[in-house]
Unconditional design. Structure first.
Length: 254
């Protein structure tokens, strides 16, 4: 009987928690001081660090859209994908809860309907409409997941995947923050929305659905651009290009 591997699942929970706490926290607690560029860097840097720290353990997906892409690319099993999705969603909620606790210690800080959440219409800096936000999220997630799949392909140069992944996430945030706050990650979108309430929770469906569509499209296109790949590992090649101690060096970790 197949059993759950504890370390990878805990790593996905922890990674998503830390991404939400620090990267979304940069927007919530320091946004007026660091601006869009600083927030984008926070997302990119946290992702880069976690890719190298957790990549050898779980692949450092920390994003349900990435996990979906890995599943459709046949790098992980359905069981692993479901375990990761549960861990990521819970990690996003706990990370948002910790951030909410900190935010409530800052006098006058507005959290209702805001709190680093995503949105369109009046909740968008440029007032992008629903359709525009949906398309933007699909394309941004496509880029991010396509990069993840590409740099962890067995023909990619090893040791630099984490750098490319962090740059890709920072780039989509530079582009998307003025549009809708940038989700590209259902767990990142859902956690803060639960605590923000109001319009944030009623609009969150788009920022869950669109990234999953983008991740699925990235996996389909990746099969065309990177065909005939051998899949050895269970979680994706490590960002640093090394395999976990209990897996072959040719494994496919992120």
């Amino acid at each position: 009987m197949e059993t759950t591997e504890t370390r990878p699942v805990v790593s996905e929970f922890l990674g998503t928690l830390l991404l939400v706490f620090f990267a979304v926290g940069a927007a919530v607690l320091a946004g007026e001081y660091i601006g869009t560029f600083g927030i984008a860097l926070a997302f990119g840097f946290v992702m880069l660090a976690l890719a190298y720290a957790l990549g050898p353990i779980s692949g450092s997906h920390i994003n349900p859209a990435v996990t979906l892409g890995m599943l459709l690319a046949k790098r992980i099993t359905v069981r692993t994908a479901v375990e990761y999705w549960v861990a990521q969603i819970l990690g996003g909620i706990v990370g948002a809860a910790l951030l909410f606790l900190v935010a409530k210690q800052v006098p006058g800080l507005q959290t209702h309907g805001a709190f680093g959440t995503n949105g369109w219409g009046d909740r968008s800096a440029v007032h992008i409409n629903l359709g525009g936000a949906f398309v933007a999220e699909i394309v941004m997630t496509f880029l991010f997941v396509f990069v993840v799949l590409g740099v962890t392909h067995n023909t990619a140069v090893t040791g630099f995947a984490g750098l490319a992944i962090g740059i890709a996430l920072g780039t989509v945030h530079l582009f998307g923050i003025p549009l809708d706050g940038t989700s590209v990650n259902p767990a990142r979108a859902l956690g803060p929305a639960i605590f923000a309430g109001g319009a944030a929770i009623t609009q969150v469906w788009l920022f869950i659905l669109a990234p999953l569509v983008g991740g699925a499209l990235a996996a389909v296109v990746h099969q065309v651009t990177h065909p005939q790949e051998e899949h050895v590992g269970t979680h994706g090649r490590a960002a640093g290009g090394t395999a976990a101690p209990d897996e072959p060096a040719s494994g496919d970790r992120v």
